[in-house]
Write a protein that binds this ligand. Structure first.
Ligand code: NAD
Ligand code: UDP
Length: 335
């Protein structure tokens, strides 16, 4: 009996694999490595002493997906697989809609055929669009500013419809806020291709000397210091949230939505200053123009996950900065 992690070789999936293995669960990872490296399996084994089963498969491929369920007894699925670069999704919308929707639909059909009914989905705070913080699970969704966000919105709708049609299904939609940090071993972490879009990998690549300076996208937002505010969550806390979600799935049917965030907003400048002081390393930075589509302030209400899943984020901003830097400095060029 295993948990299938689609996209389990990626940033969040690999940390979740570690958490599940350490909790004594069997794990099957299915990934096509379009944004990850098979080397992550060695690292997971080095941390946990256990090696998850690995299937090199495109989850859009119905036959390949079916073969996973024929060769393993899968009791639940966490669906991480997907393309996630916001800017690229604007340039290549069809690629994003095809890959993200097709992989989700294929997995759901194959699960149905094999009688597997527990599904945890990696959604995103981006589905809220421009709504006032704190964001609650029942805040309005839609109004996404890019195709990536729309894929998350559409898959949420698909899952709500699937649950309405099949009362035996058990689905948890996890809306992640801003995952950062790395496993404290420094063996696994975030490994973006090319120029990072996200703040933390950009900071760590500047600190390690791969990039000259960070550009802060605007300091004229209506926030305490004028820079954008987000809810950064340590990826190990996030991984543990998946264990709680799987336990919830096993005990309930229907579709439930949870924010996974800390409930606290942190500005770009606060992040840079904390990173520098915790790690004793300089992050040269300049103020630039706002980035198109960015919101001033985004943070979660984290109350529902604590109340219903018994989960809350434990790690501090200093932990996030220390662990991100530990990973980057030990792996300056990634895996
Ligand atoms: P990631 O790119 O590191 O991991 C995704 C994995 O899915 C990669 O290993 C990739 O190779 C694999 N993959 C993609 N398409 C596939 C396919 N068709 N078949 C098989 N494997 C495929 O990304 P991540 O940061 O770990 O994110 C995991 C999930 O969480 C994604 O769905 C992402 O959209 C979502 N999410 C991420 C963030 C974030 O900031 N990291 C925030 C909100 C939501
Ligand atoms: N940001 C920045 N410079 C960068 C990358 C990001 O100033 O090189 C800011 C961005 O404007 C936002 C915050 O950092 O206010 C988080 O951005 P990220 O892309 O990591 O997350 P998202 O905007 O998707 O929540």
């Amino acid at each position: 009996m295993s948990i299938l992690l689609s996209g389990g070789a990626g940033y969040i999936g690999s940390h979740t694999a570690v958490a599940l293995l350490q909790a004594g669960q069997d794990v099957v990872i299915a990934d096509n490595f379009c944004n990850s490296s098979p080397k992550v399996l060695d690292r997971i084994e080095a941390i946990t002493g256990k090696r998850p089963a690995l299937i090199d498969a495109d989850l859009c491929d119905r036959e390949a997906a079916d073969a996973i369920f024929r060769s393993h007894t899968i009791t639940g699925v966490v669906h991480f697989a997907g393309l996630k670069a916001v800017g690229e999704s604007v340039q290549k919308p069809l690629l994003y809609y095809r890959n993200n929707l097709d992989s989700a639909l294929t997995l759901l059909e194959v699960m149905q055929a094999h009688g597997c009914r527990q599904f945890v989905f990696s959604s995103s705070a981006t589905v809220y669009g421009d709504q006032p913080a704190p964001l609650h699970e029942d805040s309005p969704t839609g109004g996404c500013s890019n195709p990536y966000g729309w894929t998350k919105f559409m898959i949420e709708q698909i899952l709500l419809s699937a649950c309405a049609a099949d009362p035996a299904l058990s689905v948890v939609l996890l809306r992640y806020f801003n995952p950062v940090g790395a496993h404290e071993s420094g063996l696994i972490g975030e490994n973006p291709n090319g120029i990072p879009n996200n703040l933390m990998p950009y900071i760590t690549q500047v600190a390690v000397g791969r990039r000259e300076k960070l550009t802060i996208f605007g300091n004229d937002y209506p926030t305490p210091d004028g820079t954008g505010v987000r809810d950064y969550i340590h990826v190990v806390d996030l991984a543990n949230g998946h264990l709680a979600a799987l336990n919830y799935c096993a005990a309930h049917t229907g579709c439930e939505i949870f924010n996974l965030g800390t409930g606290h907003g942190v500005s770009v400048l606060e992040m840079v200053e904390t990173f520098e002081s915790v790690n004793h390393v300089a992050v040269p930075h300049v103020i630039g123009p706002r980035r198109a589509g960015d919101l001033a302030t985004v943070y979660a209400s984290a109350e529902k996950a604590e109340r219903m899943l018994g989960w809350k984020a434990e790690k501090t901003l200093a932990d996030m900065c220390r662990d991100s830097w530990n990973w980057q400095s030990k792996n300056p060029n990634g895996y």
